[in-house]
Write a protein that binds this ligand. Sequence first.
Ligand code: NDP
Length: 262
Amino acid sequence: MGLENKVALVTGGGRGIGRAIALAFAKKGADIVINEIDMPAAEKVVAEVKALGCRSIGVKADVSIKKEIEGMVETAIKEFGKIDILVNNAGISIVGPSEELEESRWNKGIGIDLNGVFFCSQVVGREMINRKRGNIINIASIAGIGALPIRATYCTAKGGVIMLTKSLACDWARYNIRVNAIAPGYIKTEMVEDLIKKGQYDEEALARRAPAGRMGLPEDVANAAVFLASDESDYIAGHTLVVDGAWSVYSYLQSWLDEGRK
Ligand code: NDP
């Protein structure tokens, strides 16, 4: 599953799942563009990619602003001449009761988590259409498949990403562009580890909730991304690959188990 001679752009690639995907792609030989808002974080990953023997640059851009996306893509193409793989990973989680949610927070969540995915895909997609070749991987969430309380913005955006994945796959298959998504469950990123340390998440309860008996790791998502980026998944398009240790398929029965049923 080599990615030699491929160029991948990973949005929000300075930490967490994005960083793991960038490093997994580099281990397979790809050159990497790391997009971030926080440039020191991006530069650290750029150095890690270079240490693996691949080329890499960091590009600052807010994915919710189309002009900045256009600048980012222009910089990437100037440096590497093409983008073979786009990973729409940047995302934020807006949490709070729907009845109190301010317009600005709704717009921010949808702006990054859904509009950002569409406009990054559109701008990079135009380049890919010209080259009649490309691969787009959207990082959705199991929150886009089943609803979670007090996360209406996030669930709506991620559900939208799953449908957008299907729509773009239909639109662009004729240009030899594949579009797929990954829907992770709870993944132990730095952010989640911070919340565990602050006592806001109970690690054991999260691990127990997944039938696999553990939380996901960024590498679990990265391994799925490598498969979708590779030629081995050549006929897979418009698909959402769930990476959650069976959490989401089990959830419908959880209330029975909570009641002590066998
Ligand atoms: P992190 O918060 O650790 O990483 C997200 C990255 O995106 C950060 O580096 C962040 O930068 C960057 N980012 C945020 N907003 C923007 C923006 N407007 N433009 C460019 N970059 C931006 O999150 P994770 O690694 O946990 O999540 C990555 C993706 O996976 C997200 O889409 C998330 O929704 C999804 N996901 C995560 C799960 C989990 O359990 N961790 C589960 C399911 C899905 P900065 O740090 O500067 O804000």
